[in-house]
Ligand binder design. Structure first.
Ligand code: 5GP
Ligand code: ZN
Length: 136
């Protein structure tokens, strides 16, 4: 895709610090890391959200991610980490080329992911029914 930053990184038009690469994926250090070693796992094929990702890449993604996490852990000496993947602007996606974040955690304070809210259990009950029926 012409104006996609990550396609340009994959093509080598924009430099990046690559930590892993194979035929289908490239993993790079994030330009503005949340923590040391914050890495982006990027399928080379251009897709925007999880639902656009091909079956083949989706199936390979977690195995590749596990491999990269192991490498990061051995270098950076952490045991806790977050896997985050934003879909759409409201969810915080700023680069419209699918990618998954690996964020090593060294302390509790570094990032806040969400603020929990009180919830009425009866709402969840009917909601779960509705969702279960919608999943095919
Ligand atoms: P998103 O908010 O879309 O889930 O994450 C996009 C990530 O890409 C951000 O964490 C941002 O710092 C990173 N990023 C944006 N542009 C570049 C770039 O040119 N190079 C690298 N290495 N990371 C980038
Ligand atoms: Zn792209």
């Amino acid at each position: 895709m012409e104006n996609c930053i990550f396609c340009k990184i994959i093509n080598g038009e924009i430099p990046s610090f690559t930590v892993y690469e194979d035929d289908d994926f490239k993993a790079i250090l994030d330009l503005s890391p949340a923590t040391k070693g914050h890495t982006l796992v990027i399928p080379k094929e251009h897709s925007i959200t999880l639902l656009d990702l091909s079956k083949d890449r989706a199936e390979k993604l977690l195995e590749i991610t596990k491999k990269i996490v192991n490498g990061l852990k051995s270098v950076l000496n952490f045991s806790n980490y977050n896997i985050i993947q934003n879909n759409g602007k409201l969810a915080g996606q700023t680069v419209e080329h699918f990618h998954l974040h690996i964020i090593p955690r060294y302390s509790v304070e570094e990032i806040t992911l969400w603020v929990p809210h009180e919830n009425d259990p009866s709402v969840n009950n009917s909601l779960a029914d509705e969702i279960r029926n919608a999943i095919k």
